[in-house]
Design a protein around this ligand. Structure first.
Ligand SMILES: Cc1ncc(COP(=O)(O)O)c(C=O)c1O
Length: 456
C-alpha cells in the first residue's frame, strides 16, 4: 500500500540552485530535460570543471556530433547520399526545412561563415549612385563592411543609431531612415541583425516587410539569433540571410551559409559561389540541425531567457561594501525582446572600470570562458568612436548619414566590454558560479595600474 506521505515528498532538490531563482523563474522546471543533456552530451564541461559562457562566440558540440562524423567518414552509416554533391544538396534541403523556407522561394549557398556570406552579397549587390544602403549601428563588422562596396559605387549609406539606455532602434526611426514608399523601383539594401552580438537586443522582424514594401532588399544577419531562436521564412521574407553554423552547435567550425530569395539572386551581378568552404564537412551541419530539433529550440530559448533574466538580476544587484554598483550593463536589463548575451563592465568602488585584461586573465585561471573586447561589433566601441564629432564629419564627407541621435554611444570604455552568453547546456549553477567568481575577485577591489576606464 502506498503511504499517504508519499505525495508529500519535498520536490526534487537540485544542489546549488537558489530558491529565489526558482521562485522568480518557475518555468525553469519545464526545461529540466536540458539538465540531462548537460550530463550526457556535454559531460566534458563538468569533467573538466569548465564554465563555458561564450555561446555567442561559438556553440558547443555535443559528443554525438563527433561520433556521427566519425561514423560517416569511416563509412559506417549506411544509406546516406553517395557523393559529396548529393550530401551537400541533402544538407541544403535540411537547412531550408530548419528555416521553414520554401525551396521554390529560397536557395542556400554554403560559405565558411556569416562573414563570408555577407561578403558574397557585398561583392555582387547592384549598388549604384541612385541606390542606398541603410544599416543599424549595432551591425557586426561583417555587415558594416558592406559600406565599402556601397562607397565604391557612390551609393549613399545611412546608419541608424541605437538609442540609450537599451541600445535599441524604434520602428519609427527605421521608417524615417528608409524614406517614402517606392515599391515600383529598387531603392537599395537594408541590413540589420535579428539579434545583436553585443547587447543581445532582438530587433523587430516586422522591419523586413516595412523595408521591402518601400522597395528595399533586406539582409538579415541571423548569426547571433539562430542559436536560440527559430526563424520562420514562411512568415518573414528577407532577401538575404547570413548564418554561421558553428554558433548553433559548435561543429563543424568552418561552415556558414547565405540563404537567398531566388528573386533577389536574379538581381545580383554574378551568382554567388561556394568557395572557401570544406564541402566534406557540410553533411555534419545536418547532424547538428537534427540534434537542435531533438533538444527543442523552444526549450532552449526558454531556458536561456530565464538564465539571462537571473544573471541580469544578480549582476545589477551586486554592490561593493560602500554600496556602489559592481557592474554596468550595456543594453536591456530585462528579458523583453533580447537574447542570452549580456555585455557589461565591472566597476571598482569608485566607479573606475576594471581592466578587461585583468578580468580575462582571472576568469581563464578560474576555468571560465567568456569574451572580452568589442566582439567584432563596431557599435560596441570602435563605431562609437565614429560618432565623435571629428569622425562624424569624416563620415559625412564619405556620404554616410546618421539617423537618430548621433550620440548613442553606449558609454563604453575604450577597450570594450565583457560578454557573457548562454546556450542549451547552461544551468543556473553556471550563473551562480560566475557571480561568486565576480564577488570573490572584484568586490571592494580598486582599479590598479593606471587604466583610466576612459569613457568615449
Ligand atoms: C551578429 C553577428 N553577425 C555576424 C557574426 C560573424 O560571424 P562569423 O565570425 O562566424 O563570420 C557574428 C559573430 O560574432 C555576430 O555576432
Amino acid at each position: 500500500m502506498t503511504s499517504r506521505h508519499t505525495d508529500m515528498r519535498p520536490a526534487v532538490r537540485h544542489a546549488g540552485e537558489p530558491s529565489a531563482f526558482l521562485a522568480a523563474y518557475p518555468g525553469y522546471e519545464l526545461t529540466r530535460g536540458l539538465d540531462r543533456l548537460r550530463r550526457t552530451e556535454f559531460a566534458y564541461l563538468d569533467e573538466q570543471d569548465h564554465l563555458y559562457l561564450d555561446f555567442a562566440g561559438s556553440g558547443l558540440a555535443a559528443t554525438a556530433q563527433h561520433r556521427a562524423h566519425q561514423e560517416r567518414v569511416s563509412g559506417v552509416l549506411p544509406g546516406g547520399p553517395s557523393t559529396t554533391a548529393a550530401a551537400v544538396d541533402h544538407a541544403r534541403r535540411a537547412v531550408l526545412r530548419h528555416l521553414n523556407a520554401s525551396p521554390q522561394e529560397y536557395s542556400v549557398v554554403f560559405t565558411a561563415n556569416a562573414t563570408a556570406a555577407a561578403r558574397l552579397v557585398g561583392e555582387r549587390y547592384p549598388f549604384t549612385r541612385h541606390s542606398r544602403l541603410v544599416l543599424t549601428s549595432d551591425n557586426h563588422q561583417s555587415v558594416t563592411a558592406l559600406r565599402g562596396f556601397a562607397k565604391a559605387a557612390h551609393t549613399e549609406t545611412t546608419v541608424i543609431s541605437t538609442q540609450r539606455p537599451d541600445l535599441r532602434v524604434s520602428t519609427s526611426t527605421v521608417i524615417a531612415a528608409l524614406g517614402r514608399k517606392r515599391p515600383d523601383r529598387k531603392r537599395g539594401l537594408f541590413a540589420f541583425p535579428a539579434q545583436s552580438g553585443f547587447t543581445g537586443v532582438q530587433h523587430a522582424l516586422g522591419w523586413i516587410d516595412i523595408a521591402r514594401d518601400r522597395g528595399y532588399d533586406v539582409l538579415l544577419d541571423a548569426a547571433a539569433y539562430l542559436p536560440t531562436n527559430t526563424l520562420d521564412l514562411s512568415m518573414v521574407h528577407p532577401d538575404f540571410v547570413t548564418v554561421s553554423w558553428y554558433k548553433l552547435f559548435g561543429y563543424p567550425t568552418g561552415v556558414g551559409c547565405l540563404v537567398i530569395r531566388r528573386e533577389a539572386l536574379a538581381r545580383l551581378t554574378a551568382a554567388p559561389l561556394e568557395e572557401g568552404v570544406d564541402l566534406h564537412s557540410v553533411p555534419d551541419v545536418e547532424v547538428g540541425l537534427s540534434l537542435l530539433a531533438d533538444n527543442g529550440i523552444e526549450l532552449t530559448s526558454r531556458r536561456v531567457r530565464y538564465l539571462t533574466g537571473w544573471f541580469l538580476d544578480r549582476l545589477t544587484g551586486l554592490r561593493h561594501g560602500n554600496g556602489a554598483p559592481m557592474a554596468r550593463v550595456y543594453g536591456p536589463t530585462t528579458t523583453l525582446a533580447r537574447g542570452g548575451t549580456v555585455s557589461f563592465n565591472l566597476l571598482d568602488p569608485e566607479g573606475g572600470v576594471v581592466d578587461l585584461r585583468t578580468v580575462a586573465d582571472e576568469a581563464a585561471a578560474a576555468g571560465i570562458s567568456l569574451h572580452t573586447g568589442k566582439f567584432g561589433n563596431p557599435g560596441a566601441g570602435a563605431n562609437a568612436a565614429e560618432l565623435c564629432p571629428r569622425s562624424l564629419r569624416a563620415l559625412l564627407k564619405q556620404g554616410t548619414r546618421h539617423v537618430g541621435e548621433p550620440v548613442d554611444v553606449a558609454g563604453l570604455p575604450s577597450d570594450g566590454a565583457i560578454r557573457v552568453s548562454f546556450g542549451a547546456p547552461s544551468t543556473v549553477r553556471d550563473v551562480e558560479r560566475f557571480v561568486a567568481f565576480v564577488e570573490r575577485h572584484f568586490e571592494d577591489r580598486f582599479v590598479e595600474g593606471g587604466f583610466s576606464g576612459e569613457l568615449l
